[in-house]
Design a protein around this ligand. Structure first.
Ligand code: BG6
Length: 478
């Protein structure tokens, strides 16, 4: 059960993250009687009255929540306070009027302010619980740093004030139910244990393809690019779930130890051979879902000579006993052919003399557009002839009518419970930056390969493939 009646403080409460993602999740939990928070305190620079803050939340909730219920909102609103101020300790001290026992500080702030906020809260003595039965936690959202150096600097800025068990780093992919199922499915089915290694697995492909473009986020995106936006965090976390060693128990620290260990075993990409391990792409004009779309460099706010990658692919090798020689491919892009996401694990082919070449099985965890696990097998084609055909055994993930938690709801409940298993630990974040850092450095001055909007990505991605392996097509992934 979540701990009883803490105060939930949102720093940056008037910002975009709070209105679009955080509050709709809080509202949905409240409506389902799953929100054990006594009091929410919004804190931001705007010198608003409480009523102004409530009006702002009300307008936005109506826009972002389906089945909005005025009565429920009024009850939730009764628990909401507002305090204006900046991130200095002097100003943050005013929060002591609201915070006595357990409290969560949610930083809905631009990442460059995380260090100041964490320090300010510490200096205002809001970081230490008043007694051992109580807690103080801080929640931050990716990006955790901009490269290895800044991630380490952020870690150092936080650590004098906040212990690791107080810090909850949100990577919303880890709140997705199908993502959590990867671990459960892997470690609960004996059938998989005996094939989960380089003797049986030919390759792993983790694909997160989006038809979306910039959606007005050009200021952030043109600085970040696909490698920082998707691969360093979300896809790298998916990779750890596939590649980590089995934990002995379902314990946050043990899970993190194993995830960090596999990240440490990833071979460093040599800075002089980045192109052998990574491909950057940028979309040109094209057609996505029947609509003409502009090239990246024609989008609002983007310079014609922008080098930002809107597609990134990485090939990783894990230098340990289990995975020696198995390539792990991670790729994600904007304005791709389809909205499609999966983790695909391809088994090695059977000896080809018996039934021909290239017959291999895939185990696929599908995340988008629908959630399911597919096992792609081969069987005899019915009829007189001895020929084979592919058969797909599909286990749909959700049944109709089951309560559908958003990733945010799931993660908020975990923060309230104090369960850190779905939040990357600092060493995982640091290792992920170590892996992508040589690529970031090399891409700073390199023009990305072009791909047509609405396609599967740049043809240069094929150069990453080992031997006779191929990328799965987005149109027909099975
Ligand atoms: C975010 C990225 O972290 O994840 C976005 O910043 C991306 O660029 C999004 O679109 C994808 O996640 P989801 O859950 O919306 O598919």
């Amino acid at each position: 059960m979540p701990e009883k009646n803490p105060t939930f403080v949102i720093l940056g409460a008037t910002g975009d993250l709070t209105r679009r993602l955080l509050f709709p999740a809080i509202y949905r939990l409240f409506v389902q009687n799953e929100w054990p928070v006594q009091q929410i305190v919004g804190y931001a620079m705007e010198k608003w009255e409480r009523s102004q803050f409530l009006d702002h939340l009300h307008t936005n909730l109506k826009a972002f929540v389906t089945d909005f219920d005025e009565n429920k909102w009024e009850k939730l609103a009764d628990t909401i306070q507002y305090q204006s101020g900046d991130l200095t300790a002097n100003s943050l001290k005013t929060l002591r009027n609201f915070v006595q026992g357990g409290a969560i500080f949610y930083l809905g702030l631009p990442p460059q302010l995380f260090a100041d906020a964490a320090q300010g809260l510490g200096e205002a003595n809001l970081n230490r619980p008043p007694d051992s039965g109580s807690f103080r936690r801080i929640v931050i959202e990716k990006p955790f740093g901009w490269d290895l150096e800044s991630a380490q600097a952020l870690g150092q800025a936080l650590s004098p004030w906040w212990q690791e068990d107080q810090v909850f780093r949100i990577d919303h992919f880890l709140g997705k139910d199908t993502v959590q199922n990867v671990l459960v499915f892997r470690f609960i089915n004996r059938l998989l244990a005996s094939i989960w290694d380089s003797q049986h697995i030919a390759q792993v492909q983790i694909t997160y393809a989006e038809t979306l473009g910039l959606e007005g986020r050009w200021r952030y995106y043109d600085q970040a690019g696909a490698l920082r936006d998707m691969l360093q965090n979300h896809l790298m976390q998916l990779f750890t779930l596939v590649a980590m060693e089995p934990p002995s128990e379902w314990d946050a620290d043990i899970l993190h130890d194993h995830k960090a260990e596999v990240l440490r075993a990833v071979r460093l990409i040599p800075s002089e051979h980045v192109d052998d391990f990574a491909v950057a792409g940028q979309y040109t004009a094209g057609e996505v879902e029947g609509k003409e779309v502009l090239a990246y460099t024609e989008e609002e706010g983007i310079q014609a000579d922008s080098l930002t990658e809107t597609y990134a692919a990485l090939k990783l090798y894990v230098d340990n006993w289990r995975w020696s020689g198995v390539p792990f491919y991670l790729r994600s892009g904007k304005r791709m052919a389809r909205d499609y996401a999966e983790i695909g694990v391809q088994l090695k082919s059977v000896p080809e003399k018996l039934f021909g070449a290239g017959l291999s099985n895939w185990l696929v965890f599908r995340m988008k557009p629908d959630e399911a696990i597919d096992l792609v097998m081969w069987a005899k084609k019915p009829g007189m002839e001895l020929s084979t055909e592919e058969v797909v055994l599909t286990a749909p993930y959700k049944k109709a009518g089951e309560r559908d938690y958003s990733a945010y709801e799931q993660l908020l409940l975990d923060v309230l419970k104090g369960d850190q298993s779905a939040f990357p630990r600092f060493d995982e974040v640091e290792e992920s930056w170590r892996i992508v850092d040589p690529v970031l450095k090399s891409w700073k001055t390199q023009k990305p390969a072009l791909y047509r909007a609405g396609s599967d990505g740049p043809s240069a991605q094929d150069g990453l493939m080992e031997g006779n392996l191929t990328w799965k097509s987005l149109e027909d992934p099975t």
